[in-house]
Ligand binder design. Structure first.
Ligand SMILES: [Zn+2]
Length: 491
């Protein structure tokens, strides 16, 4: 494979720096490409050949920055492009207008790939290394989902082309999964059995490092507690009042006492959403948002039950009524090391991401502005880690998918070391070349890994066996309200 078929990543470099990094890159990539089997080289070229279009789509989604279940334009950009590329596209899947499934090919195996595209409210930011909103008060891609959706679609298209060349057989299915940040769109796809016929599924996530991700996540449940009492004049006739906000405060105190007696893996978050409007009225309504997490679903469920008892106790003490409404819940990720090992081999084949002096300077700017050491960007491929029994960190609706099908996960560098996640700093990097490079790299790594899975029924079988073992007799049961996805404006 000719190294000149590689695109040059140092788009912003100038003068001697540009020349030097171009030479180094061509030399380096020539070495890497020489080790790569020809069929895999073609997958890499497929992603590179549409690099400009992929970056354009990512930047559009980045600028749109649409939040959970309002990602109409973002979903359309991805679905339209998939359709143009010859995929069969089904839109508005599982009662969600912004969910879609794009499929190409026929027969077995069916391999899925997940794409997200929702933004986070309130963190709008320009692609500059100091805090400067693009639109004051607007949303921003503080989790890099503009890159996530496009990178995954790039991989699906590369696989489609390999199918067209007759190199692999089967079906590739891209899932456009909305509202990861708030309502967990994948739960409704899971509820409707949309993942049930997959042999395997893949995803990636923007990150401060490159790694085949073999760590689990936390299971969680979200619910709302509403207290209803009796309003009265807070001074004139308080004996006629029954305070809903007293109940909420008592519930909060109960949870805080309970924290001493939970396992170290448990997290309980609360948000007092409403507690009256003025000081001289006894509040007759209060609304409390509670989230419980644990490293395993079973532990989470036990704490969830106890916290509901605390709500009941608080309502009794304040002499008010209470009502609990389930929002939704997530399963922890079931790790698949067999799949992770295939991903690891392909990361090593692709090698590290290198950065221009301008990108390193941008990273230093981000680190300075967020009070971090100016250590730059980590583009090195990490060795495959041991899987921890109780990981820390957050939760993801990919967890639910991983209970239905062996899931292969990837993290790719799209922001400097130490960047605060879900912040303006991640938004900034996702709208410039540091984010773009990570996205293109992810597209290649996912395509190479999917290719290996299509080629090796034995690997798929090994992944399936590990999946069955880890799941044990724990049956998947989605934690969802009966009312369906909370689409804005829907009644
Ligand atoms: Zn995310």
């Amino acid at each position: 494979m000719r190294s000149s078929s590689f695109s040059f990543p140092g788009l912003n470099a100038t003068g001697p720096a540009l020349l030097l990094s171009a030479l180094l890159f061509l030399l380096f990539s020539g070495v890497m490409r020489a080790q790569m089997p020809a069929a895999k080289g073609r997958l890499v070229s497929s992603v590179e050949s549409r690099q400009a279009k992929l970056i354009e789509m990512s930047d559009k989604i980045w600028a749109l920055a649409e939040v959970a279940f309002e990602e109409g334009e973002s979903a359309k950009i991805l679905a339209d492009y998939a359709e143009q590329q010859g995929f069969r596209v089904e839109r508005g899947v599982s009662e969600m207008p912004t969910a879609f499934i794009a499929e190409y090919g026929s027969g077995q195996p069916i391999i899925g790939i997940l794409g997200e595209f929702d933004a986070l409210p309130g963190i709008s930011q320009k692609a500059v290394p100091t805090k400067e909103p693009l639109r004051e008060g607007a949303a921003g891609h503080g989790c890099g989902h503009n890159l996530f959706g496009v990178g995954s679609l790039a991989a699906a298209i590369a696989i489609k082309e390999a199918m067209q060349r007759g190199e692999i057989k089967g079906t590739v299915r891209f899932y456009g999964t909305p509202a990861e940040e708030k309502y967990f769109g994948k739960l409704y796809l899971a509820r409707d059995g949309k993942f049930d016929d997959l042999a395997a599924c893949l995803d990636w996530h923007p990150a401060p490092k490159i790694e085949a991700d073999v760590q689990s996540s936390l299971a969680l449940v979200d619910f709302i507690v509403e207290f209803r009492g009796q309003a009265a004049h807070a001074s004139g006739d308080p004996w006629n009042g029954r305070s809903a906000s007293d109940a909420m405060e008592l519930m909060s105190a109960g949870i805080n006492a309970y924290r001493e007696h939970v396992q170290p893996t448990v997290r309980i978050h609360t948000h007092m959403q409403q507690a009256g409007d003025v000081v001289n009225v006894v509040p007759d309504y209060a609304r409390f948002w509670v989230r419980v997490r644990d490293s395993k679903r079973a532990g989470m469920v036990a704490v969830w039950e106890r916290v509901q008892e605390i709500a009941k106790g608080a309502a009794i003490m304040a002499n008010v009524d209470y009502e609990i409404t389930l929002v939704s819940g997530l399963h922890e990720v079931l790790v698949n090391r067999a799949g992770g090992e295939v991903m690891q081999q392909n990361l090593e084949l692709l090698g590290d991401i290198t950065y221009t002096p301008e990108e390193v300077a941008f990273a230093h700017g981000i680190q300075e502005a967020t009070g971090k050491k100016q250590v730059g960007i980590d583009g090195k491929v990490k060795p495959l880690e041991e899987t921890l029994e109780n990981p820390g960190g957050g939760s993801t609706d990919v967890g639910d998918v991983s209970w239905l099908v062996p899931e292969v996960r990837l993290g790719v560098t799209t922001a400097p070391v130490g960047t605060p996640w879900h912040s303006w700093a991640v938004v900034a990097c996702g709208g410039m070349s540091i984010g773009h490079k990570g996205m293109l790299y992810a597209g290649k790594a996912l395509a190479l890994t999917m290719y290996d899975l299509y080629q090796s029924p034995a690997t798929l079988e090994k992944m399936r066996q590990e999946f069955e073992t880890r799941r044990g007799d724990g049956k998947y049961e989605a934690i969802l309200p009966a009312s369906g996805p909370p689409i804005p404006g829907k009644k």
